[in-house]
Every structure is written in C-alpha cells, then in structure tokens.
Design a protein around this ligand. Structure first.
Ligand SMILES: [Zn+2]
Length: 247
C-alpha cells in the first residue's frame, strides 16, 4: 500500500462537514493541506458566482462561466449543498421556485451590503439565531474538533429546505472569506469583486484603475500648463540642439 512515510494523514473535518467518513460509506480521507486547498477553490468559485449574481441586471447577466451550464435553481443548489454532511442526492431535489429564487437573491444582496460593505452585524435566523460580527471571527473553521456549536444543524432538515441550506452556506462564506471581497474604488463603479490578485487590490478591473488615474491627473489645476511646459521645454531643447549643430 503506497503511503508516504512520516507524514501522518490527518482527517479533515468541518462543522458543516466536508468529506469525512459517513456510516456505511467510506469517507474520503485527505490531508489537511489538500482539504484547505479544495475548500479555498470551492469558496472562490462560489463567491465569484455569488457576487456576479447579486449584482446582475438584465443588461449585465451572470456570465455563463459562473453558471457552470446550469439553471439558476441548479446553481443555487450547488452553492447551498456543497458542505452537507450526508451523502446527498441532487436528483431528489425539486426545482427552486422563481419566487424563492428572487427572495434568496434579495437576501444575499442585503447580507453582502450589510456585512461586507458596511461591516454591520447581521442576525441570521437559522433555528437559533447566529450573529455575525466583523472580523476576526472568534472560532476558526480549521480546528477539526472545536466547531462553533451553534453551527451544528440537522443535516436532514437542511437538505429538505434549500433556503436554509443556502443561508447557511452564504453566512459561512461571508464570515470566512468576507475580507477578500472588495468594493471597487472607482466612484462611478463601486462594484463588489473578489480580491484574487492581492489583498490591497482597490479596483475591480484595469479599466477602473486607469479611469481613476486619468481623473486624478485632470483634477490637477495646472495639468494643462504642466503639459504645455513640458512641450515647450522639449521644443526649446531641440531648437537649442539644432542651433549647436549648425554652428
Ligand atoms: Zn470598477
């Protein structure tokens, strides 16, 4: 049996469990590092979809890439059920009604604006109420044996209620990854985006960054004069050079 020597394989677990062994089903044992990396990739993919989704309009719909080729109902279910601690059969889940979809989208938008943009706490109504406070969260999710108790939910209840599963995953993501969501500093844009390049990333796109630099430059009162000065200096220097060469 191929197994690396000297590297004890820790079993990764999560409060909203990820891939730990189930009764009657061999669990997927992975190292903590593998687990963290996979969670991070899943989180980022779902956050990017979420941010596009809550900011989408008819003119600016969610990109096909973020929808993973699914309907809105299907994409919401993938988002919501990612961390269910029981083997989950998607075929038994009914389509989410359009009215519920609009409700969830409005809720997600409100949570993002409250918690991420304004850093205000949110009362989350999941059975017992859970309060989100701005960072740092008191309990980290990577401590396998000490998940925050209030997050233990009855998986079968959640599985029957896509809205509950959605809210659970939403607040989990906002709490753990919220600091990586930025608001574009370009005043006319203010778009929410995932900071993937670096923590201090201020603009959601290169275009917005350039727009701000241009605006700053034009705001300087002596912008045109400076440009004229530079031009004249250059011309004069050339003339001077020409005169020197002619001598
Ligand atoms: Zn922008």
């Amino acid at each position: 049996m191929a197994r690396k020597q000297g590297a004890p394989e820790s079993v990764a677990r999560n409060a909203i469990a990820y891939e730990f062994p189930q009764a009657g089903r061999p669990g997927r044992f992975i190292t903590q590092a593998d687990f963290d990396r996979q969670v991070e990739l899943d989180d980022f993919a779902d956050l990017m979809w979420l941010l596009e989704w809550v900011q989408s309009t008819d003119e600016n719909p969610v990109s096909r890439r973020q929808m993973l080729g699914m309907t809105e109902s299907g994409r919401i279910q993938v988002f919501a059920y990612k961390f269910l601690p029981v083997p989950f059969d998607f075929h038994n889940v009914a389509e989410i009604a359009p009215r519920t979809i609009s409700k969830l989208r409005a809720l997600a938008k409100r949570y993002v604006e409250t918690y991420i943009v304004r850093h205000d706490p949110i009362e989350v109504p999941i059975k017992a109420t859970k309060r989100l406070d701005w960072f740092p969260p008191k309990t980290t999710w990577n401590e396998p044996d000490s998940p925050p108790k209030e997050w233990w939910v009855d998986a079968t209840t959640v599985a029957q209620d896509p809205s509950a599963a959605f809210v659970l995953r939403l607040v989990d993501l906002l709490e753990r990854r919220g600091r990586q969501i930025g608001v574009c500093a370009e005043p006319s844009c203010r778009r929410l985006f995932l900071k993937l390049k670096r923590k201090q990333q201020e603009y959601h796109s290169a275009a917005c960054s350039q727009k701000t630099r241009d605006a700053k430059m034009h705001q300087q009162p002596d912008f045109l004069e400076k440009r004229r000065d530079i031009y004249h200096k250059r011309v004069n220097r050339r003339k001077g050079l020409a005169a020197t060469n002619a001598e």
